[in-house]
Design a protein around this ligand. Structure first.
Ligand code: SF4
Length: 417
């Protein structure tokens, strides 16, 4: 038999193929999925609230966390400025409370704003109280403590901080006087914050040991000009933010006479200087029904939610189904994920006595709700609430907090460079 001839096959690679190989990227192929698979996307963007505890609560901040699936997780300034939004949702009638949404930031930044608002924004508060007479039942120290906590409606940006060595003057001190007396035979007298009278020319209390060189007696402040000559205060006289806060109650014959000096400070030093009653945030709730809840079951679901997140939609022809009407109201009480009525989520050591009279059918259907009601929190969407004590409106407080955070960032950059 003739030996087979060996044929050498030479593959010639064209220039076109070389260029293709050079520029080839598997992610460019149309059938390759881009972005994260849904389960990872859910973990990255949502806190998932199960009936026993929330899961995926941490933020994924490592830039290379999703390199394996070709997704860049690094923080980019252009993405941030494109996605960041602030939407004002509501404001109270007096303008002192505001609720707004901050979208496109993570919990660390939202918390930084909260902490700055509570502890680092300045306000004016009473720091020194000179008691001339106090025959009330409230001791001097307690009275001074109560006065310290009275919020003062004065823009702190117009004042300087005062140090131990500084003389109290018109740029660093606000002086109030209070003189209340309950005459004999009169009913008990409530001393309210409206009794605190602003003294724009400074202290009127003469220093006992003061030796005045001029004809003017020496007082506890040295104002060179009256505070009401400042245009900012001419039309808005300084006063406590709320005029109906109770300071003390006087019985017949009792009297309080004092002078209170307010200075600028921050909440980190003492809570009385915090310009907010509170500042808090929560992630936006997301409630999803994974199946159609119809008829009696829909009604039971609506009844189960204490804050009325669900509602009934009339589909016509007698059909009714449950809808998620107000997801924002969800408080994450997880009542809709309880297996049975009256059985707590964290099971007590002692087994609860079941009420045999309960609707068995409803209890069975509630077991199914655990798999069919999805409760999430959106990780980059914060519902933020600021309650101002009255020194500045909440929108101004927030912009001041942004400035403080900006200053901090600049300091860090300067230290690193
Ligand atoms: S968790 Fe509570 S508030 Fe939220 S939807 Fe369920 S029952 Fe309503």
């Amino acid at each position: 038999m003739a030996k087979e001839e060996e044929v050498e096959i030479v593959r010639i690679v064209t220039d076109e193929e070389k260029t293709f190989a050079k520029n080839f990227n598997i992610n460019d192929l149309p059938d390759i999925p881009t972005g994260l698979p849904p389960h990872l996307e859910l973990q990255r963007t949502r806190v998932v609230c199960k009936n026993d505890a929330p899961i995926h609560t941490s933020s994924v901040v490592y830039s290379g966390a999703y390199n394996a699936v070709g997704v860049d997780n690094s923080v980019k300034l252009e993405n941030f400025s494109e996605n960041f939004k602030v939407n004002v949702i509501s404001s109270s009638e007096d303008g002192m409370d505001m609720e707004f949404d901050m979208i496109g930031i993570n919990a660390a930044i939202a918390n930084a704003f909260r902490r700055i608002l509570l502890a680092e924004l300045p306000s004016m508060a009473i720091e020194k109280v000179f008691v001339a007479n106090n025959t009330s039942l409230v001791q001097d120290e307690v009275l001074a403590q109560r006065l310290g906590l009275v919020p003062i409606a004065a823009d702190p940006r117009l004042f300087d901080y005062i140090s131990e060595s500084d003389q109290p003057n018109e740029k660093n001190t606000i002086v109030f006087k209070l003189h209340a007396r309950c005459e004999r035979g009169e009913p008990r007298l409530k001393v309210l914050t409206e009794e605190l009278i602003w003294l724009p020319n400074g202290s009127e209390m003469v220093k006992e040991s003061g030796e005045s060189t001029s004809s003017k007696p020496k007082t506890f402040t040295s104002f060179s000009r009256s505070q009401d000559s400042f245009p900012e205060f001419a039309e808005n006289p300084i006063s406590p933010s709320n005029l109906d806060i109770l300071i003390a109650k006087l019985g017949p014959g009792q009297e309080i006479e004092l002078e209170a000096h307010a200075v600028k400070g921050i909440g980190k030093t003492h809570a009385k200087w915090s310009p907010v009653g509170t500042a808090w945030y929560r992630m936006l709730p997301e409630v999803i029904l994974l199946k159609e809840f119809e008829g009696k079951e829909a009604e039971n679901l609506v009844k189960a939610c204490p804050v009325k997140v669900f509602d009934i939609e009339d589909m016509g022809k007698g059909r009714k189904r449950a809808t998620v009407a107000q997801p924002r109201k969800c408080t994450l009480c997880r009542e809709c994920l309880r297996e049975e009525f009256g059985v707590p989520i964290v099971k007590p050591k002692v087994k609860p006595v079941k009420d045999e009279g309960k609707d068995k059918e409803t209890q069975i259907e509630r077991k199914e709700w655990i798999d069919n009601v999805a409760l999430h929190r959106v990780k980059n969407h914060f519902i933020f609430k600021i309650e101002s004590t009255g020194s500045l409106p909440p929108e101004v407080l927030f912009t001041e907090a942004v400035k403080i955070l900006e200053d901090k960032c600049e300091r860090v950059i300067a230290d690193l460079s």
